[in-house]
Write a protein that binds this ligand. Structure first.
Ligand code: PBG
Length: 334
């Protein structure tokens, strides 16, 4: 007699489904990206990212404390300076807005950990020039207006050192300049920051899904980033980028965006012997929020499914604008 195989048996009730779930979400796997803007006195909503704000320097500490209380694993900080120039000087200024935000976050985290009121979280900094340049590109330009890879490298190195000095546990080069991980590693080591880790945005694609982020950072960019960010058509090249960053000393690698690149994420996770992160970007956030606001999808269900899918594909760490909210849901469910 042939046996009818019944996988449905393990789906019969919630307790059974909960027991056999292969992939689980934990607050500690989530990283919250945060925007801090210089010179505003109240948080500024980002229209294309309902629920996400540009923090003022006064509203930012409260959001860090919320993330800590919710138990999220880390925060990724972006700074929006009041003044931009061609060289992106505010990015390397020891007292620039991002460095100030890092110092604030560092002291909040350290004091809560010392007081035993939280387990802490990892403070990360975006290491890139696009928020700081008046042309909005991720690097400095040559005399013909092209992004100059090799002239950008020392600027990234200086920026990473300032971020480390301001208290970053992790610097995250996201500009897709060749050689960026190696120069940053060298500079950090030379400056005595051997313990500061590098999360490399290794396979970062030129993506339409970054649209709302441009509003989030008041981006000055005209045109696109296709001469440095990757072509959506290429998966094998994503693996190569990750290999190069690992060879240059990256401690973790990232695939970005997440949702449309789950195959790349799975391939990179398969071949990397370091933790792999994925960034659920602004457009992924905006699409779910917009559909949910219209009543077209179940908001919570879609959010959890989207993040679970990213974890299932192989991400150890997920950057998501819902990090604090998801963490609170998970705590309530536990
Ligand atoms: C570059 C950077 C970008 C994002 C993160 N880091 C923008 C870009 O590359 O154009 C996008 C994040 C998002 O869309 O949520 N500093």
């Amino acid at each position: 007699m042939t046996v009818l195989l019944r996988p449905r048996r393990l789906r019969t009730n919630p307790a059974m489904r909960r027991l056999v779930a292969e992939t689980r979400l934990h607050a500690r796997d989530l990283v919250l990206p945060m925007f801090v803007k210089e010179g505003i006195d109240a948080p500024h909503p980002i229209a294309s990212m309902p629920g996400v704000v540009q923090h003022s320097e006064a509203s930012f500490p409260g959001a860090v404390r919320e993330a800590l209380a919710a138990g999220v694993g880390g925060i990724m900080l972006f700074g929006i300076p009041a003044v931009r120039d061609a060289a992106g000087s505010a990015g390397t200024d020891p007292d620039g807005v991002l460095q100030r935000a890092l110092r604030t976050a560092r002291s909040i985290v350290d004091s809560e950990v010392a007081a035993g009121t939280s387990q802490g979280l990892v403070v990360m900094a975006d290491t890139c020039l696009d928020e700081f340049t008046d042309h909005g590109h991720c690097g400095v330009l040559d005399d013909q207006g092209r992004v100059d890879n090799d002239a950008t490298l020392p600027v990234y190195a200086a920026m990473a050192v300032e971020q480390a000095r301001a208290g970053a546990d992790v610097v995250a080069p996201s500009g897709m300049m060749d050689g960026q991980v190696a120069v940053i590693r060298d500079a950090l080591d030379d400056a005595g920051f051997g313990d500061v880790a590098i999360l490399a945005y290794s396979a970062k694609y030129a993506s339409a899904f970054y649209g709302p982020f441009r509003e989030a950072v008041d981006s000055a960019l005209q045109g696109d980033r296709r001469t440095y960010q990757m072509d959506a058509a290429n998966g094998r090249e994503g693996e190569r980028e990750a290999d190069i960053d690992l060879a240059e000393g990256a401690d973790m690698v990232m695939v970005k965006p997440a949702g449309s690149y789950l195959d790349v994420l799975a391939r990179v996770a398969e071949r990397s012997d370091v933790p792999v992160a994925a960034y659920q970007v602004s457009g992924e956030y905006a699409m779910i929020e917009a559909a949910a606001a219209n009543g077209w999808i179940d908001r919570r269900g879609a959010i959890l499914e989207s993040v679970l899918g990213i974890r299932r594909a192989g991400a150890n760490v997920v950057l998501t604008y819902w990090a604090t909210e998801i963490a609170a849901w998970l705590a309530a469910d536990a």
